[in-house]
Every structure is written in C-alpha cells, then in structure tokens.
Design a binder for this molecule. Structure first.
Ligand SMILES: Cc1cc2nc3c(=O)[nH]c(=O)nc-3n(C[C@H](O)[C@H](O)[C@H](O)COP(=O)(O)OP(=O)(O)OC[C@H]3O[C@@H](n4cnc5c(N)ncnc54)[C@H](O)[C@@H]3O)c2cc1C
Length: 622
C-alpha cells in the first residue's frame, strides 16, 4: 500500500496545480495518473487563458461575461472567486516560466475570444495548453512531488453509510499499467479527482481517447451527485473527418465563417448581429447546423472557416499550429484555402458537484478541473475560461485538502433543505432492464460487485479496511474480466458514442433522447457480457478500455437523463419542444444522485448572489 497526505488522481492542468498547492502547504502529495503528465489532454488546449490583467479591464467585467455566458446557470460565488483569483494565477505561471506570446513592448499579448467584452485571452501561440503543462510539470519535478504515472485508478475507497454525506474517502485503488499489479493508495488527508473530460461518450469529439469520464463515474457511484450533466459544449470549429479542434483563436484573430453560398451567415442571417463569428460557442454551433439543415451547408455537412485575409506573417506568428492541423488531418492549406469546420463535442460544463474549495459532499473527496462542476460555466463555457479554472480551483482544492484554513464555502454540496425532488420518466421497453436498476446486475460489469454488495460489508466503516476491501474487490473484478469469455467492449463503446452523437447533440428532442436512453440500456445489458480477450498482465490496453467503457456508459446516461429532465432552452441545451429559457422554473441545477445503482433526480437552486455581487438574469444576445 502506498501512503501520502494527499493523493491527486490525474496530472493534467488541474491535477498539477492542485499538487503544487498541496506541496506549498507542506503536505506529502502524490500524483497518480493513467498518462504521463505532459501527455494529459490539457496539452491540446490551443487558444488561451482568460484573466483581467490590463488597464480598462477588471475582474467584475470578466465575472459578468462569464455569468452571461453561462446563461445564468453559473453560481455567483464560483464565478466571482474565479474572476478575482485568475489574474494572480496567470502572473504566477508567467513567473514559473510560461512562454506567453508578447507584444513589441514586452507585455503579454491578449486577444479577443467569444463572449468576452474585453480582449483578455493570454496565449502562447496556438499551443497554450502544451506550454502550461510543461511549465507546471517543471514545478512538480523541482519540488520532488511523487508521480505514479501509468497507474490507472479504478475505484475510490469510501466508507459505507446509507447517507452519502456521512461517508469518508480514504484513498483510491489503482492498476499499474506496466505490471498489472493492483494496489491501494492511502490518503491521510484527502483525494482530489482531476481526471478531465468525458468526450469519449460521443463519437465526434475534440477530446482525446483518454477522456472517458472516469472521475465523474467513480465519484457518482461513490455517492457524489453529478451536477448539470446535460450541459455539453459543442465547439463550432472542428475538422469534419476527425473532430480535431480548430481553435477559437482563429476567429479571435479575425477568421470568418461562410456557408455554401459564400454568405457570412453569422451576420447575413442575423445569428449574432454584433459579435458575428465571436458570439458564444453555443450560438455559433447552432447557427452552423441551422445553415446545414437549411441546405446551405457545404457537402451537406460543414461550413468554411477562412483566415487567408489575415496574411501569412500573422498566421505564422499566431496560428502556425492551425496550419499543421488543417494540412495533416484534412489535407487543406489554410494559407491558400478555407478550412472545413462543423460542431463537435468539446467540453463538459457539468460534473462532480463541488464547492469553491473543491470539496464534495463526501468528506476527504475533492474534485477540480473539467471533471468537476463548481459551477463556473453553467449552461455554456466561454472559450479560454477552462484553463484559468484549472489554475484557480485546482489550487484551492490542493490548499484545502492539505489543511489550509479556507473561508467557509458559500456553495452548499449534497442534499439540503433547499433541494427539490425531480422526476424524469425514461421509456420502458417490455423485457428491458431499467436504467441503472439495482435489482439484477445492470449497474455491475463483469467481475464488479454491485453497490448493494458493498453496503452489506460491515468492515467498510473502518478506514484502513475500507481501502483493503476495495483493493480486494478491484483485484477480483480485474481477474474476472480477464478470465471470463464474452464480447469485446469496443462494440458497446461505439453503440454508446453513436447514439449520443445522433440523439444528444446540439439540437435535442424528446423522442431522440428517449431513443438514446433505450440504446444506452441495451448497451448496459451487453456490457454485462464483456470480457478481455488479451490475457497479458503488461500494458493491457484492452483491459483499461473495458473498464473505461463502463464509465462512459454511466456518464452518457447521466447526460441524457439530465437533457430529458430540463424542459427549456438554456445555453448549450436546446430542446425542440421548449424553445425558450424558462427562468421562473429553471434557474436551478439538475442533480443526479446514484444510490444503490439507481440514478435519482433532484434540483438545487442557482446562486445568483455572492458576497460581492448580485446578478439579474437578462436576455443573452451577442
Ligand atoms: C482540443 C481542445 C482545446 C482546448 N483549448 C482550450 C483553450 O484554449 N482554453 C481553455 O481555457 N480551454 C481549452 N480547452 C479545455 C481545457 O483544455 C480542458 O478543459 C482542460 O485542459 C482539462 O484539464 P484537466 O486537468 O481537468 O484534465 P486533463 O488535462 O484531461 O487531465 C486529466 C488527467 O487525468 C488522468 N486520468 C484520467 N482518468 C484517470 C484514471 N482513471 N486514473 C488515473 N488517471 C486518470 C489523465 O492521465 C490526465 O493526467 C480545450 C479543450 C480541448 C479538447
């Protein structure tokens, strides 16, 4: 068994920043990660990091833009904390050596980004995330923070109590990819989940294959509610054949979108008469698909993004990486021709419910970064707001887990007197097993014990035994997956991805959401029969992908149930049957709690007031 004060699961931007913060508090901290830190998906971030750094800008403007961008589903205490802490965090990474692009006078460059009222996006060429990861990894090495890389965390060690808020997280269990060993990681003070996005629940995504929602699914099954899972961002400029992202930086520098009739449709068809291409992402994605559906798409599929007029010198200076992506993945030379683009899944606004200090309702368990929902982005994230989120809330979670006395959070987690019960009626097919039903083993996979088995074990209340028990359970699960005969997980995974892209996309309607739930249920049934054909104990990626597929299933179902429950149009969530934002009823967060394998829906109020400010919901136009 490995033992540390703080265990950080995941070593992308959020995990690295959390680990550095815990180290700053004097904690013995370790990073446990399935990928080497610099291979984490943060490295793919292109466009930049928002912070109010310049004269003429201030945190309140940044906060206002973020709240407006969230379509009034973000929580004011999170947004205000974020906008106030972001400048200091950005200056900090600059001092650690982040090679930001600069103006001739030496100041760090800032460019406009969608939905921002001030050009406040700092960047390092079009490789901002790559440099950010390397800058923070250098700090991790310098500080001697222990990194267990290529260790795949399969479960959390959480004590057994009926009420999730009485549970405690004592550590995690991980599978060493190089050897096949399964070992426990005892956390004296806290576990921080920083496992990133869940884009692999969709088949057209900008996310890497490693973004399988592991942290969300593990926390969900341990009893932490998932918040606003239906809020998925579809980025308007992804390459049609692969989903590879073309950064918003291209539009920030002046790139223009055209339809098949060579119209600059953002203006000519009135989608965003002020901001045009730089309207918020949900607005631009819907505009593109509306053009395609109206027969004005190119090859009935995509639109063109043109940056030729920016000139070779500026493109090479600020967007060189984009030229390589367009050439390598689409065979297009962005200096000579427009680039084809269409919307693709990009980001999860929802996730593990936390407060401003990164704490969940299970004591000792924290979350930060894309896997968490603090809720900063609400119904729509503004471009350039995820990287500062990693820094701000990664740091806060790290400090808090390591024992720093933080101010009491304004955001409450877990069920409270203010929670309101919800109801969502997924379709039931004769003979089909209910989504997440606790009778039968739908919630389980080959070898995994169901949550009711977990609850029957009295030893689970003892901290060390909790971890030892979870280690035994995970060893059994893995052995069973390796020994059983059955189907390959890939088939199940592609069924999930296809139905999510087909039915839970930019435009959503009740019938399609129900179709998706039916497909997911069938996929769950099939998943009970999965097995790993490769018996190898070293670098068995088939085994890891099989376990990840279970996580993909759980998060896909949560997204779809949330989408079916939310009967309005807000931010990225568009419903055919409900074409308006319905503030009177729906300024509330969708919460899904998983207890004994049954997703249970409830709501909690959105906080439009913080200790600093109060926000009045307004119509969101750009
Ligand atoms: C192509 C692209 C471009 C983007 N550009 C921008 C941008 O310009 N500006 C901006 O603000 N945002 C941008 N974003 C969003 C932003 O980059 C991400 O939200 C953010 O980097 C996520 O960071 P993270 O630390 O939460 O997760 P990641 O960087 O994905 O790290 C997750 C970590 O968790 C580990 N992990 C996962 N599961 C397990 C497990 N089971 N066991 C052990 N380890 C595990 C992985 O190994 C990895 O180290 C972009 C996103 C994409 C996809």
């Amino acid at each position: 068994m490995h033992e540390h004060d703080v265990i950080v699961v995941g070593a992308g931007g959020a995990g690295l920043r959390a680990a550095i913060a815990a180290d700053e508090e004097g904690a013995d901290v370790a990073l446990v990660t399935k990928l080497h830190p610099v291979r984490s998906h943060t490295g793919a971030a292109e466009g930049g990091i928002n912070a109010a750094l310049r004269e003429g800008d201030d945190w309140e403007l940044h906060a206002y833009d973020t709240m407006k961008g969230s379509d009034y589903l973000g929580d004011a205490p999170a947004i205000d904390t974020f906008a106030q802490d972001a400048p200091e965090e950005v200056v900090q990474i600059e001092h650690w050596g982040m090679p930001f692009s600069r103006e001739d006078d030496g100041r760090v460059s800032q460019r406009p980004f969608g939905g921002m009222s001030f050009p406040r996006t700092t960047y390092a060429g079009a490789e901002t995330g790559h440099h950010l990861l390397h800058t923070m990894y250098e700090q991790v090495v310098k500080r001697g923070i222990e990194v267990y890389d290529e260790w795949y965390v399969t479960n959390l060690a959480v004590t057994d109590h009926d009420d999730p808020e009485e549970r405690h997280c004592h550590g995690a269990v991980a599978y060493e990819i190089a050897t096949g060993n399964v070992e426990g990681f005892w956390a004296r003070d806290g576990v921080i989940l920083a496992t990133g996005g869940l884009g692999q629940a969709f088949d057209h995504t900008t996310n890497a294959v490693a973004n399988t929602g592991d942290g969300c699914a593990m926390a969900y099954r341990a009893g932490v509610p998932m918040e606003d899972m239906e809020m998925i961002q579809f980025h308007p400029t992804t390459l049609p054949s692969t989903g590879v992202l073309i950064s918003e930086g291209v539009r920030g520098e002046g790139g223009i979108l055209y339809n098949d009739e060579e119209e600059r449709f953002m203006f000519e068809h009135g989608y965003a008469n002020n901001d045009g291409e730089l309207a918020s992402r949900d607005v631009v994605s819907r505009a593109e698909l509306t053009e395609v559906n109206a027969g004005r798409g190119i090859e009935d599929e995509y639109v063109d993004l043109d940056m030729r007029h920016l000139g070779e010198e500026r493109i090479l200076d600020r967007l060189e990486n984009i030229l390589h992506l367009a050439e390598d993945f689409e065979g297009v030379d962005g200096l000579d021709e427009p680039m084809p683009v269409k919307p693709g899944q990009h980001y999860a606004m929802g996730g593990i419910e936390t407060d401003e200090n990164g704490e969940t309702c299970i004591s000792g368990l924290y979350a930060a970064g894309e896997t968490a929902c603090v809720s900063l982005h609400g119904a729509n994230r503004l471009g350039g707001n995820a990287l500062p989120e990693l820094l701000v809330f990664g740091a806060r979670a790290g400090h808090h887990a390591a024992g720093k006395d933080m101010k009491t959070a304004e955001i409450q987690t877990g069920r409270s007197a203010k929670s309101e019960d919800g109801d969502v009626e997924p379709p039931v097919e004769p003979g089909a097993i209910e989504a997440g039903s606790s009778d039968g083993d739908v919630a389980a996979d080959g070898g995994e014990r169901s949550s009711s088995d977990r609850r029957s074990d009295a030893a689970m209340v003892e901290p060390k035994e909790t971890l030892e028990h979870t280690v035994r359970q995970e060893r059994e699960r893995i052995e069973s997956l390796l020994e059983a005969d059955g189907i390959n997980h890939a088939e199940v995974r592609s069924n999930v991805q296809e139905t999510m892209t087909e039915n839970v996309n930019v435009f959503r309607k009740e019938e399609s959401l129900n179709d998706a739930l039916r497909d997911l249920r069938r996929a769950r049934e099939r998943y009970e029969d999965v097995a790993v054909a490769d018996p190898s104990r070293t670098y068995n990626t088939d085994l890891i992908h099989t376990i990840e597929t279970r996580n993909i299933l759980d998060v896909a179902e949560a997204i779809t149930l949330g989408a079916l429950a939310r009967e309005e149009f807000r931010g990225a969530h568009w419903r055919a049957e409900f074409q308006e934002r319905r503030d009177e009823e729906w300024i509330k967060h969708t919460m899904l709690a998983w207890d004994d394998g049954t997703p249970e829906l409830y709501y909690k109020p959105v906080l439009l007031e913080s200790q600093w400010k109060e926000y009045e919901p307004k119509e969101r136009s750009y």
